[in-house]
Design a protein around this ligand. Structure first.
Ligand code: UD1
Length: 331
């Protein structure tokens, strides 16, 4: 069985990928626990037989520490997820984001070259598109990014692209995630934000559980049917399966794919979907717009469907039910 290394593999997205991959790949994880914990591993082990010895606590941005681990794994493929991801924090601490996210990507490429790993899947974000008209297509030129987090994703993508130009035996796949939400249907793993959630569904989940009194809707005067912004929410299990498709369908060269559903949902539509699925009322208060928010961000998903044969299958109702199952198991 071939070995795949998941950097940041104990995090929200990595842990779901580990569950989906374990039947066909030996999964090894490197994580610095910056935004995860070993408790996450206990929960993950209830879902897949990953050995403790295959989980290494190390920082990918530290080449010496990372190489010590990498040399013992010598993976056939890497799924590179490790990175800071809070937009607001990246504006306050830009150097922390550039240092951590860019060094991690550079080190992954350095070690791929040094240890003859020839397959890389990179966790990117739709945020690299910048403010342009949806649906976003992979062949659109990227506009100026809106914050350091987004910039680290765009720069990492370019680093990988340039590396591949000089390594013709390499296969890299960049996956641009739209809005990953939901949780594993068992309720054992899901997203656990530190402090006040920045993102919409985690915030709604905490209103539902009584941790927060109401949802602040950041503006209802956008040019959309109900005045609230539109996003492409994708179930994290669908997203995880896109990584399996990318890994199993990897081909030589550099490839970029959107990972979304292709369907847009407004803030208020997501609130209603959550209320309908869970029968829990979510009080809302309309506040000012959040700086930097786009009116609409949805994916054109025809490329990934055609080339990798992957398509999101889970509904908004399933997203809400699974998110709520996870949230309600946290109390
Ligand atoms: C955010 C990030 C984006 C990142 C993505 C990861 C910002 C500006 N953008 O995208 O870079 O890649 O998360 O998933 O943070 N909303 C509310 N009330 C809330 C929270 C959100 O009304 O308490 C609204 C927002 O205004 C937005 C929508 O919900 O219209 C979705 O917000 P969010 O979940 O933060 O995702 P994005 O803004 O798309």
């Amino acid at each position: 069985m071939k070995t795949v290394l998941l950097t940041g593999g104990l995090g929200y997205i990595g842990s779901h990928i580990a569950v989906c991959l374990q039947q066909s790949w030996r999964v090894v994880i490197v994580d610095n626990l910056a935004n995860s914990s070993l408790e996450q591993l206990d929960r993950l082990q209830q879902l897949c037989p990953i050995a403790k010895a295959d989980v290494f606590v190390a920082d990918c941005a530290d080449l010496t520490a990372f190489e010590a681990v990498y040399a013992s794994i010598r993976p056939d493929a890497v799924i590179h997820l490790a990175g800071h991801k809070a937009v607001g924090e990246s504006v306050e601490k830009p150097l922390m984001y550039y240092h951590n996210n860019l060094n991690a990507t550079m080190n992954v490429l350095t070690l791929c070259a040094r240890y003859a790993t020839r397959t890389l899947i990179f966790s990117s974000s739709a945020t690299v598109y910048g403010p342009q008209v949806s649906p976003m297509r992979e062949d659109m030129a990227l506009l100026e990014t809106l914050n350091p987090y987004a910039e680290t994703k765009a720069m990492s993508e370019r680093m990988i692209r340039d590396f591949v130009k000089t390594h013709p035996d390499f296969q890299s796949t960049v996956l641009r995630y739209f809005n990953p939400v939901g949780a594993h249907p068992s309720g054992l793993i899901g997203e656990r934000p530190n402090g006040i959630p920045n993102n919409l569904l985690p915030y709604i989940q905490q209103v539902a559980s009584g941790k927060r009194p109401h949802l602040n809707v950041f503006g209802n005067d956008y040019p959309t049917p109900d005045g609230t912004p539109i996003r492409d929410y994708i179930h994290v299990m669908d997203l995880a399966q896109a990584h399996v498709a990318a890994l199993n369908g990897a081909t030589l060269g550099h490839h970029v794919y959107n990972v979304g559903t292709g369907k847009g949902t407004s803030v208020l539509e997501l609130v209603t979907a959550f209320e309908t699925a869970t029968k829990i009322r979510i009080p809302v208060v309309v506040t000012a717009r959040r700086a930097g928010d786009l009116v609409e961000s949805t994916a054109d998903v025809s490329k990934i469907e055609k080339e990798l044969g992957w398509k999101a299958t889970r509904s908004l109702e399933t997203i809400c039910l699974d998110a709520w199952k996870f949230e309600s198991s946290q109390r």
